[in-house]
Design a protein around this ligand. Structure first.
Ligand code: GLC
Length: 798
């Protein structure tokens, strides 16, 4: 069953059945002023931090309440409903609605009892407040007397946790006022001008334009009445608020307007909300005296986002692939890039920084769309590399390059909760730096001088050298990198003595990339050093980690093999197989065998499992995934991020059919008609999908903020579509399903437009026969950047 469809022309996902299996969310604004909204208007808002700057309350782990509610009442029949289906939840045979989640805005449309409403929710570009603009239309043939109630549930304190549980304090620090057309909330009011205990007081406002306020509430209980809930507020039932304000209880902003509409007549009421004082609020309100402001601002958001997404537009025979690559996966990449793991319906915003690996990976997802925005964050992450070459496990939002502690400092550990280095963090820099330089041709990036997080500074090139050194300084018994506190897999605690084959492969790949840079720089001695290292590491990986038909996952601290086919549990792990191919360490024969085994032992209808069978009784010490139920998260689920790597690995081997099979199984859009099983939004990747040993196989979890966005994007763009830039040009090597006869791709590359057509009349799944640039046949499937004109036609015949 599906609950909606992809409207690619407008870059929207349209939810036509509001009783979705979970709240299906969208992101508005940015963490400067962030708002999360579900298809039933549930969600919260915050300034800078979801945990410490909370303005609107949201009950985590609940049934998606409260939210940005607008109630409508027919003042003649006394019937009432809401402009989003919930919270009133009218019978869906008579209540019709559509929720359009778009790029930076959500448009909620509803029709009930001859009244149409359309509410645009958004945060204007670069602004720190939000807008809910409702157009209400009388679609019936008689005059209608109606009431509209806008409701915003303020938190009583910025800190969400205090607001929820420290009631002996937070209930007694806030009060509300009504002025003209707005409710003003004051927190720690007495401290304004004379700070106490760090507080200087706070103000929030909830205002409306477009209609006179008839009645109001600033006190939550007065609006709802005792023993009523979000679905049946007493004020709405009564047709008016009792004008009570809050003093020592829960505050809210509730504004009521009685309106009359002629047949066919529309009215626009715009609600405004933010963390502002009265004067600031009045300034904002003044901007919304006409509807034009709203139209203009929403158009601005569309223009901004659509322009970004325009840098790669592909047309393949698969609609789900097109929707994901052109719109939703791309948009999700920007969201994870911007929001990191800050706030969702699962993350409350308590993490006060960027995870090193997560962010360096997130950057990869947007490089092909906005390389310079990517580069800024990359510089920032390089400045969070310690001078010993390791990455800080957590980079605080207020990171101060050159002055930070490290996991070796008790102060850093106390502040971040991260007690030790992780083995993989800085190694993610290699593919990310390489992708940026290749997309832009900006080789001088390597010479930029960037501080280390603790002390000193060096060129990007030197930063990369130190990342290699970090691993080299921490080798285990087989001379492979130690697994330390974790590698990519947060649940593998291999310590200083245990070793990770995945990190060994990452290191190998790092050596390949750095050798290319060093060669370019004529750093001959270092090239020799890297070459030797690479040879040595390659043979260690292939002698110690290759076992007949698979690569093992590593060694425990006690020297026991992890992921041997002899093991009763977790005998096959995905990442060492995909990364053996991506890093280039596997021979063709090993690669073919390992990939075949992956398909045999790990593939399911919902994607490829991170490992199998799940741990139940035979986990080693340090296998933290045992904490999870079988087929869940790191314990044998389809861990979504890893799908990108296996898609890429299959593509690199020219296995287009297999690569696409893995895309299809795990892609949200491909599951649009399976929403009751998948549960999560069909337009975004989640962190993982429950697998075979779960009674809920196929159910996906942890929406939006996941590294999946970037890895699957890379897997599809560099893998399936085969767009692989290098520092001097672009290699085009698609690996597509053999039944695809043609694909086209419009790509902006180094300021030039590429119109690429791939013809596949012969039903190939990889490889190529001929390649043409502007009608001239090329030697291979490689376009040199120096041969590009402003607009180019490229033809690749498979
Ligand atoms: C989560 C973490 C990520 C980690 C992954 C696997 O997605 O955010 O850092 O690599 O789990 O454990």
């Amino acid at each position: 069953m599906n609950y909606g469809y992809f409207d690619d022309a407008n870059k929207e996902y349209v939810i036509t059945k509001p009783d979705t299996p979970a709240p299906w969310a969208n992101y508005l604004g940015s963490p400067e002023y962030g708002a999360i909204i579900s298809n039933n208007a549930g969600g919260y808002s915050f300034v800078k931090s979801g945990a410490n700057g909370r303005i609107l309350r949201y009950h985590f782990n609940s049934d998606d309440t409260p939210g940005r509610y607008i109630y409508i009442r027919d003042d003649e029949t006394k019937d009432y409903w809401s402009a989003s289906w919930q919270p009133v939840g009218k019978d869906l045979s008579v209540y019709k609605s559509e929720c359009h989640h778009g790029t930076g805005y959500t448009n909620m449309k509803a029709s009930y009892a001859g009244i149409d409403t359309e509410v645009l929710y958004y945060v204007p570009m670069n602004k720190t407040y939000e807008v809910w603009s409702m157009k209400i239309t009388n679609a019936s043939d008689r005059v209608r007397k109606l009431s509209a109630f806008g409701y915003a549930e303020f938190s009583n304190e910025d800190n969400y946790n205090q607001d929820q549980v420290n009631l002996q304090y937070t209930l007694f620090i806030t009060r509300t006022y009504f002025k003209e057309n707005k409710i003003l909330q004051a927190i720690n009011e007495n401290c304004t001008g004379s700070p106490v205990n760090g507080s200087t007081g706070k103000n929030r406002f909830f205002a409306q334009t477009g209609a006179q306020v008839t009645s109001y509430n600033g006190n939550k209980d007065s609006f709802f009445g005792k023993y009523h809930s979000y679905g049946d507020p007493k004020a709405v039932i009564d047709g008016k608020c009792n004008n009570e304000l809050n003093y020592n209880s829960n505050s809210c902003g509730a504004l009521h307007s009685a309106i009359e509409l002629q047949p066919g007549e529309s009215k626009v009421i715009t609600y405004l909300l933010g963390s502002k004082n009265e004067a600031e609020a009045d300034e904002i309100i003044a901007r919304y005296q006409s509807e034009d402001a709203v139209c203009k601002e929403v158009q601005e958001l569309k223009d901004f986002w659509h322009a970004k997404l325009q840098n790669l537009v592909v047309k393949t025979p698969d609609a789900a692939f097109n929707s994901m690559i052109n719109i939703w996966n791309a948009y999700q990449c920007f969201i994870t890039f911007t929001w990191s793991r800050a706030a969702s319906f699962v993350y409350c915003g308590e993490r006060n920084g960027y995870g090193y690996r997560d962010t360096v990976q997130d950057i990869q997802g947007i490089i092909h769309l906005d390389p310079e925005q990517a580069a800024d964050k990359l510089r920032f992450m390089l400045s969070a590399q310690v001078d010993n070459g390791g990455g800080l496990p957590l980079v605080k939002f207020d990171h101060n390059p050159g002055h930070e502690g490290t996991p070796d400092d008790p102060e850093y550990v106390k502040e971040t909760g991260h007690p030790a280095y992780r083995a993989d963090d800085a190694l993610w820099l290699f593919p990310t730096v390489y992708k940026y330089i290749s997309e832009t041709g900006n080789k001088s990036f390597l010479d930029e001088v960037i501080p280390f997080s603790n002390k000193g500074e060096a060129t990007v090139y030197e930063h990369l050298k130190r990342a290699i050194q970090f691993s080299e300084d921490r080798l285990g018994a087989h001379k492979m990198p130690a697994g330390l506190h974790a590698d990519w897999n947060d649940c593998l605690r291999l310590g200083k003595a245990g070793e990770s084959s995945f990190v060994a492969m990452q290191l190998y790949y790092g050596l390949v990339i750095l050798k290319e840079f060093a060669t370019e720089k004529n750093d001959t001695e270092y090239v020799k050093y890297l070459s030797d290292l690479q040879d040595e590491l390659g043979s260690i990986i292939n002698s110690e980690c290759w076992e007949d038909d698979r690569y093992i996952r590593g060694f425990t601290e006690a020297g026991q093999v992890i992921g041997s086919k002899q093991d009763k549990e977790a005998s096959m792990w995905l990442n060492p197989q995909s990364w053996a191919v991506i890093s280039g360490v596997a021979s063709k024969e090993q690669a073919e065998k390992a990939l075949e085994k992956v398909h045999e032992e790990l593939n399911t209808a919902f994607g490829v499992r991170v490992m199998a069978p799940s741990f139940k009784q035979h986990a080693f010490k340090g296998a933290l995934s045992l904490l999870f139920n079988p087929s869940t998260k790191e314990n044998g689920s389809v861990f979504s991020q890893t799908q990108g790597w296996i898609i890429l690995a299959e593509s690199l081997m020219g296995h287009g059919n297999r690569a696409f099979e893995y895309f299809k199984e795990s892609s949200p859009a491909s599951q649009n008609d399976n929403a009751d099983v998948r549960i999560l939004e069909p337009y975004v990747h989640g962190q993982f999908t429950e697998s075979a040993e779960s009674p809920f196989e196929g159910r996906a979890h942890v929406h939006w903020l996941t590294g999946t966005a970037s890895t699957v994007m890379v897997g599809c763009v560099e893998g399936i579509l085969g767009l692989r830039p290098d520092p001097d040009g672009l290699c085009i090597a698609p690996a597509i399903p053999s039944e695809w006869k043609e694909i086209t791709m419009e790509k902006v590359f180094r300021g030039c437009k590429l119109n690429i057509t791939v013809k596949n009349e012969n039903g190939a799944e990889g490889g190529y026969k001929e390649c043409y640039l502007n009608g001239v046949k090329l030697e291979k499937n490689y376009v040199s950047a120096t041969d590009l004109k402003d607009v180019n036609d490229i033809l690749l015949v498979m």
